[in-house]
Write a protein that binds this ligand. Structure first.
Ligand code: 8X3
Length: 256
């Protein structure tokens, strides 16, 4: 029987997680470290990623995915070989209808969720290719599959994340690089909704009010680590993950 190459139990394998300072990114860094990867924790907030890197035996690299020079420095720090890239940096800014939405907020969402992903992927593809077994995991969203009122800028950006993921898979077929998307629905993290609502804690809390068990960052991290550790010939194209209480974007069970 042919031995199938696996992505586990090989401590020398390296992973990069962007947006690793909090939420899904930080949980993913922990999950990949637990799976045996040396994890490069990339984010803007150095105090947070340094603490995380120390905790998991990884490395902190300050990185703003919206900045060319910063991403070039990340690639330099990663070096010649990389096995896993998790494009997690992203977010939602604002909750206005299209008619009155703010152009700068939409620009910022496209910049981080789409152009940031593109920038980091371009910079790290040579190292992923050189490893002989690379995988890019893009953190998408259920917002990349449906639309909802007051979410136009974010759903447009996350639809773009999905489109770029699919395009890259087509373009790289035949190469030793897998391309996946993990698309979460309702995840209760400390910052996602707070950032979306500009720091309005009450508005952020209302998103999860009465929902028995929204997903937590660790649930998504677990899925990402699973995708990353399938045998090298197995490409999980996309994995949509929602809490049991969320049957669809607008169909959420709440206990009053
Ligand atoms: C987050 C999911 O429901 O806020 O990506 O669009 S949602």
């Amino acid at each position: 029987m042919t031995e199938t190459p696996r992505s586990t139990d090989q401590p020398s394998r390296t992973a990069v997680v962007t947006g690793a300072s909090s939420g899904i990114g930080a949980a993913t860094a922990r999950a990949l470290a637990a799976a045996g990867f040396h994890v490069v924790c990339a984010a803007r907030r150095t105090d947070r990623i340094e603490a995380l890197a120390a905790e998991i035996g990884g490395r902190a690299v300050a990185c703003d995915v919206t900045d060319d020079a910063s991403v070039a420095a990340l690639a330099e720090a990663v070096g010649d070989e990389l096995h896993v890239l998790v494009n997690n940096a992203g977010g939602a800014f604002g909750s206005d209808p299209v008619e009155s939405a703010d152009v700068e907020q939409w620009r910022a969402m496209y910049d981080v969720n789409v152009l940031g992903l593109m920038r980091v992927t371009q910079a790290l593809l040579p190292a992923l290719r050189a490893s002989g077994d690379g995988i890019v995991i893009n953190v998408g969203s259920t917002a990349g599959r449906v639309t909802y009122e007051k979410g136009g800028g974010y759903t447009a950006a996350k639809h773009a994340t999905r489109a770029v993921t699919q395009t890259l898979r087509l373009e790289l077929v035949g190469e030793p690089i897998r391309i996946s998307e993990v698309a979460p629905g309702m995840v209760h993290t400390e910052e996602f909704s707070l950032v979306r609502f500009g720091g309005d804690q009450a508005a952020a809390d209302a998103v999860y009010a009465g929902v028995p068990d929204p997903l937590v960052a660790e649930d998504v991290a677990d899925a990402i680590a699973w995708v990353a550790t399938r045998p090298a010939h197995v490409n999980i194209d996309e994995l949509v993950i929602k809490p049991r209480a969320q049957a669809a974007q607008h169909k959420v069970h709440r206990v009053r």
